[in-house]
Design a protein around this ligand. Structure first.
Ligand code: HAM
Length: 430
């Protein structure tokens, strides 16, 4: 029988890597709490039309990457319902905002989420079919201040803080404005005209996009097309005065808080709901899939899916990519246990378990060996998993004095049992 494996584009996460995932999530939760965000958990699948009406019919995500199925009807008279595993979480959050009438509170809703998303993309380093996002959204009625450029700047400043606290150095914030829906429509038309003579010289995808959705031409990565794309009109020249002053206010606030950014005129993002500010944080260490996170403003999204006017802004970080970046930065050395207890002989096993219990209850991480091991085997196991070894034979049990060897210094000491927890809590070099 063929052995079963995890499906292409999906992965098992195992220790010690899962410790890094947990650390990233704990750091994100702690930073979000300081900015007064609360957690939202939406279902992993939704009605398919939620994504086609928000992310957009013409986008790659909706047109080719969604896991969609017809869910069996509950009654004979009912039609089956088309359901989709969420490819992203903003649409679900805005649906929940509308469904639970959160706008009626009159307050800004500041919501974060952590969880799996699903896209049928070609798997490669940093790109999976099941991946995890850590994201946040700020959404509310205009009178609650949801349209303020200060919200955009605050989100970006929070992201800079979060990346710093995660230990991710060397990121670049790329910033752009795609303007209002009317600005985008105007720019799309300008691009369509400009592309008529140029598209035949471009790749097949661009030739199709030049007709269906010219904005997407700006996402093209084919090297031969780049010089042509650089000559195309820029969206900044199609922005109305309000979008221009909104963008200017975002950059003034970013400058004041010392968050560095670069303007990327081509950053239009692969989802249709964006208005005004769009951004990505990229990292050189990631290779082709270099976006650590992406986001932007979506002032018309709630109305597009049948809700009240509720401007918003948010982002999602690719958690898989945060992990890859931290591993590459070597900021992610697996943590070793504080000590390994090596009982010398099976008669000491019970006493060793009692000591392990005492030390673990004092907050230490302890590995417990086995008295049937020879001393050499205990030392090898201890060296792999812990920073120190505690040797516990019959004599040590009787005298209450234990032998502790610190692997980083090579020094061996005798420690009275009552002082052991204190000694083990002192930092060691490894
Ligand atoms: P997105 O740019 O499609 O935006 O995805 C955000 C991040 O998710 C990407 O920058 C990347 O790090 C990660 N990501 C996307 N696809 C994959 C994949 N196949 N494998 C691994 N990581 C991936 C959104 O999803 C928007 N909902 C962000 C947002 C929130 N905009 C406003 N609010």
């Amino acid at each position: 029988m063929a052995t079963l494996k995890a499906v292409r584009g999906t992965r098992d996460l195992l220790p010690p890597e899962t410790a890094l995932w947990n650390r990233i999530e704990a750091t994100a939760r702690a930073v979000f709490a300081r900015y007064n965000f609360g957690e939202i958990r939406t279902p992993v699948f939704e009605d398919t039309s939620l994504f086609s009406r928000s992310v957009g019919e013409e986008t790659d995500i909706v047109s080719k990457e969604m896991y969609t199925w017809e869910d069996r009807a509950r009654a004979q008279s009912e039609k089956p319902q088309s359901l989709t595993l969420r490819p992203e979480n903003t649409a679900g959050v805005v649906r929940a905002y509308i469904e639970h009438k959160l706008g009626e509170t009159g307050q800004l809703q500041k919501l974060y989420y952590i969880g799996p998303q699903f896209r049928r993309e070609r798997p490669q380093k940093g790109r999976y079919r099941q991946f995890s996002q850590i994201g946040a959204e700020v959404i509310g009625p205009p009178h609650a201040g949801s349209e303020s450029p200060l919200r955009d700047a605050e989100i970006l400043e929070m992201l800079a803080t979060l990346l710093d606290e995660l230990g991710i150095t060397g990121w670049t914030l790329e910033l752009n404005s795609v303007g209002s829906a009317a600005d985008r429509a105007r720019y799309n038309e300008t691009l369509r005209q400009a592309l008529i003579p140029l598209a035949p010289k471009m790749c097949e995808d661009c030739q199709r996009r030049a007709v269906t959705n010219p904005l997407r031409v700006l996402d093209c990565k084919v090297p031969e097309d780049q010089p042509i794309i650089e000559t195309l009109p820029k969206i900044v020249d199609s922005l109305d005065d309000e979008s221009k002053s909104h963008f200017a206010a975002v950059t003034v606030a970013l400058d004041a808080s010392g968050v560095p950014y670069t303007r990327n005129h081509r950053l239009v993002r692969g989802l249709d709901y964006y208005t005004r500010t769009t951004f990505e944080f990229t990292h050189g260490g990631l290779g082709a899939q270099n976006a650590l996170l992406g986001g932007g403003r979506y002032d018309g999204l709630s109305e597009a899916i049948g809700g009240p006017k509720a401007p918003g802004i948010g982002f999602a970080m690719g958690e898989d990519r945060l992990v890859l970046t931290l591993q590459a930065l070597e900021a992610a050395k697996p943590e070793k246990a504080d000590a390994y207890i090596a009982p010398l002989g099976e008669t000491v096993n019970a006493a060793a378990l009692a000591l392990a219990r005492e030390l673990r209850r004092s907050g230490l991480t302890i590995e417990l060996g086995d008295g049937s091991f020879r001393l050499k085997k205990s030392f090898d196991a201890a060296d792999r998993t812990a920073r120190r070894i505690i040797i516990m034979g019959e004599d040590e049990v009787a005298s209450g004095i234990l032998t502790v060897k610190d692997f980083s210094t090579g020094i061996q000491t005798k420690v009275p049992r009552a002082e052991l927890a204190g000694v083990l809590k002192a930092p060691s070099d490894q």
